[in-house]
Design a protein around this ligand. Structure first.
Ligand SMILES: C[S@@+](CC[C@H](N)C(=O)[O-])C[C@H]1O[C@@H](n2cnc3c(N)ncnc32)[C@H](O)[C@@H]1O
Length: 316
């Protein structure tokens, strides 16, 4: 339908041979699923503000990049939260995303960076389901639950197969998955929780935030609804609220394994967090071991790793 647009000038890297196109939609995804991959990414300034303290994943992906020198493919790059630190570390990075607002903010951040850093980055507007790239990357990443925006098995397999095509024979594809605690999932559907108030980072408007969710077990899709309600200093509503829908495909380890296998990728290592924690699927008998909420996967066509990749830890 639409064409992929190269959003900034090519890096000096020899990796990027061409950007062809097609942004193909899935036939079976529902409107709520589609909205859930778009609405959270319309207010890019708010996105950056809400996740300004999320640093551990940045350090983790920087560490991987230092183990696999060469250009990096940052899938679902968003505002460049990973793209920029990776480029500052000296890597060439191709960042790909579908959201115009997120890419515009990434481009703004690149303009503020040094010419050397911005010259290492290429931003591409395209859909994860039809990667319009050729080349060989030693490392591809999809940080912060990005793969979960694809709900259909078919779309996930298409993404993974394309990544398999784009990474080197001993290349790595790393991504992370949000795996909610079953007790959190069991909270009553559609009831609002986690009320907090804050000021919008650009408008300064005072907002009350609440979150609700419902699980579509048939589609294995978790629908989260975030409500932003303008409030006065007394906390009372003073205007119309805005609801942002976020949808995540639920990806338990057995699904990840099966989908990767269909795509020619193996799990080289996996962790239950960004600091090498073991991946725990269930609460233990005493209820003391918490199931891991972040499932971190290192995959590739090659052989499994013996342990956690060693490398220089970056800040973020
Ligand atoms: C949670 S954000 C992560 C952004 C960035 N990787 C980070 O860690 O901050 C997910 C990103 O995936 C993008 N995205 C979702 N579905 C997509 C699709 N089908 N094609 C391309 N990008 C998509 C969104 O626009 C958004 O920027």
């Amino acid at each position: 339908m639409a064409s992929a647009v190269a959003e900034s000038r090519p890096p000096d890297s020899k990796t990027i041979a061409s950007v062809a196109i097609s942004m193909r939609g899935s036939i079976s995804i529902t409107d709520a699923e589609r909205a859930g991959a778009i609405e959270p990414f319309k207010d890019a300034a708010l996105y950056d503000w809400e996740y300004r303290h999320r640093r551990q994943d940045v350090a983790f992906y920087r560490m991987l990049a230092n183990e696999r020198p060469g250009p990096i493919l940052d899938l679902g790059c968003g505002t460049g939260r990973l793209t920029l630190p990776l480029a500052r570390d000296g890597h060439h990075v191709v960042g790909l995303d579908a959201a115009p607002a997120m890419l515009a903010r990434a481009r703004m951040r690149l303009r503020r960076a040094s010419r050397i850093v911005s010259g290492r980055c290429l931003l591409v507007r395209a859909d994860l389901r039809a990667l319009p790239l050729v080349g060989y990357f030693p490392l591809a990443i999809a940080a912060f639950h990005t793969v979960q925006h694809l709900v259909d098995d078919r779309d996930l397999v298409s993404l993974f197969r394309n990544v398999r095509r784009l990474i080197e024979p001993d290349g790595w594809f790393a991504f992370d998955v949000f795996f909610p605690d079953p007790r959190w999932l069991a909270r009553p559907s559609n009831r609002e929780f986690d009320r907090t108030t804050f000021r919008h980072p650009t408008t300064g408007q005072r907002l009350a935030y609440t979150a609700a969710h419902r699980l579509d077990e048939t589609r294995r899709a978790l629908h989260m609804m975030f409500r932003y309600r303008p409030v006065g200093d007394d906390g009372l509503s003073i205007g119309r609220s805005r609801t942002v829908r976020l949808c995540h495909r639920q990806l338990p380890p057995r699904d990840v394994k099966a989908l990767l296998r269909r795509s020619g990728l193996k799990i080289l290592a996996r962790w239950g967090g960004f600091n090498g924690e073991p991946l725990t699927e269930d609460r233990d008998a005493l209820g003391s071991a918490r199931p891991s909420e972040q499932h971190v996967y290192l995959t590739g066509p090659g052989r499994p790793l013996g342990g956690r990749p060693r490398g220089r830890r970056g800040g973020g």
